[in-house]
Design a binder for this molecule. Structure first.
Ligand code: NDP
Length: 266
């Protein structure tokens, strides 16, 4: 049966990316230990960023997992991002050098422009990401928090399309038009804040649907994401919740349940 270890999507450049990952923003406690726990549970994707100030811990967790034989490097998928203050061609190359050193890995799986700025600055930054991919230090490149016009601009100017757009996405922030655009252009949407930072978990609808499948509200919401072809990176510092969030591959919401959840965003 599909599970968190084996569930992947194909990106348009031929690379496979895990459907579910661990978000590492504001992980409390020892980040390397949290990453190691996640990989032990079966997570294969870890999402960090320069901004999170924990790339070193993420890299250490990944290296320890490999040393312990929990997974091979090729099975693991590490994302990091260039922050707003580092946009521009030369600044991004320098920022990547720092991230690369912090992570201490032989390559980064996915490098994202964390937040858009002007078209010109986005373009110069995008050219730096293309260069890093050419050098082989980055396997795939993408964007985060980009609108369709911003994606269209960098793509038209360079002929290189992002593989991923990571945006805030959840039942209350159901961005159908953006999702359609990404689907049409074969760009994978990846949800940050998939649980609305935990805020959505108390809504009665999720408990009601969850009862039918013996699943928790978090599991129902994450299932809604993946049935919408949206990959996602819920964050938890707690091992029990990491496990809970990963157990979403053994049930299926009906079309009616999907629609009821989507209606929350209307
Ligand atoms: P999430 O929607 O993932 O919510 C995380 C919150 O929910 C935490 O407080 C966590 O608490 C709680 N939680 C997680 N699982 C459960 C559960 N099963 N039951 C109850 N509570 C739960 O929000 P995030 O903003 O953290 O988004 C996820 C990731 O997305 C980030 O970690 C980061 O990697 C990325 N991100 C990217 C952004 C971008 O601009 N590209 C912006 C923001 C985030 P606890 O840890 O105590 O379990």
């Amino acid at each position: 049966m599909t599970n968190v270890k084996t569930a992947n999507v194909n990106l348009h450049n031929g690379v496979q990316m895990p459907i579910l990952g661990l978000g590492a923003f504001e992980i409390e406690g020892d980040v390397a230990d949290a990453v190691l726990s996640a990989i032990r549970i079966g997570y294969r994707l870890i999402d960090t960023a320069t901004l999170y100030n924990n790339e070193a811990g993420v890299g250490e967790g990944v290296r320890r997992a490999i040393e312990l034989g929990l997974a091979q490097r090729e099975e693991l998928f590490v994302t990091t991002k260039v922050w707003k203050s580092e946009l521009g061609y030369e600044k991004t190359l320098a920022a990547f050098d720092r991230s690369f050193a912090e992570l201490g890995l032989d390559y980064v799986d996915l490098y994202l422009i964390h937040w858009p700025d002007t078209d010109e600055l986005n373009l110069e930054t995008w050219k730096a990401l293309i260069e890093l991919q050419k050098q082989g230090r980055v396997k795939s490149i993408g964007v985060s928090n980009f609108e369709p016009e911003q994606i269209a601009y960098i793509t038209e100017q360079t002929g290189v399309k992002p593989v991923v757009n990571q945006v805030e996405y959840n039942p209350e922030r159901d961005r159908r038009e953006l999702l359609s655009y990404c689907r049409e252009h074969d760009i994978q949407l990846q949800a940050w804040g998939p649980l609305g930072k935990g805020r959505l978990l108390g809504l009665p609808l999720f408990a009601e649907i969850g009862t039918k499948y013996n699943k928790t509200p978090a599991q129902v919401i994450l299932r809604w994401h993946i049935q919408n072809d949206v990959t996602t990176i819920p964050k938890s510092s707690r091992e029990d919740r990491m496990r809970e969030n990963a157990e979403i591959f053994d049930f299926e919401l009906t079309q009616e349940e999907m629609s009821r959840i989507s209606a929350l965003g209307e």
